[in-house]
Design a protein around this ligand. Structure first.
Ligand code: HEC
Length: 115
């Protein structure tokens, strides 16, 4: 009789350990996915740094417009206008066409001021 309880006890311990292990793996996978998507968004936004400076802070001596003064919403509107041809420019019309609408939204959310 006691042996039976012992067996059950072992089984329960194994089950709890497995469940705890699984939940640990789950949270670390979720953290990795969120790290990876943040890295992806940062790398998209980094493609703007050559001309607009890191995080849109501008490049000293450059005559390129400063974009860190824009809100995310304003930035997205301008990027969409460059992409659909309603806003003129020398570089941005071509460049913005290289991104999907979702990518432009992610870039604007990353670089623009949050309001
Ligand atoms: C090769 C240089 C270059 C790169 C790279 C670049 N830009 Fe630009 N950007 C410009 C120039 C030059 C202008 C002025 C408009 C034009 O001539 O196209 C401009 C204008 C803008 C404007 C309008 C600012 C204003 O107030 O009028 C926004 C917004 C902008 N860029 C966002 C971005 C974003 C976001 C990226 C990255 C996806 C990016 N740019 C990458 C050169 C660049």
């Amino acid at each position: 009789m006691q042996k039976k309880y012992l067996k059950l006890n072992c089984l329960m311990t194994a089950l709890v350990t497995t469940l705890l292990g699984l939940s640990f793996v789950n949270t670390s996978i979720a953290a990795q996915i969120s790290d990876a998507s943040q890295l992806y968004i940062s790398s998209l936004a980094a493609s703007c740094a050559n001309c607009h400076g890191t995080n849109g802070n501008g490049v000293v001596g450059a005559s390129i417009p400063l974009i860190n003064t824009l809100t995310s919403k304003q930035m997205l509107t301008q990027l969409q206008e460059y992409k659909n041809g309603t806003r003129e420019g020398t570089i941005m019309p071509q460049l913005s066409k290289g991104y999907t609408d979702e990518q432009l939204a992610a870039i604007a959310a990353q670089l623009g001021q949050k309001q």
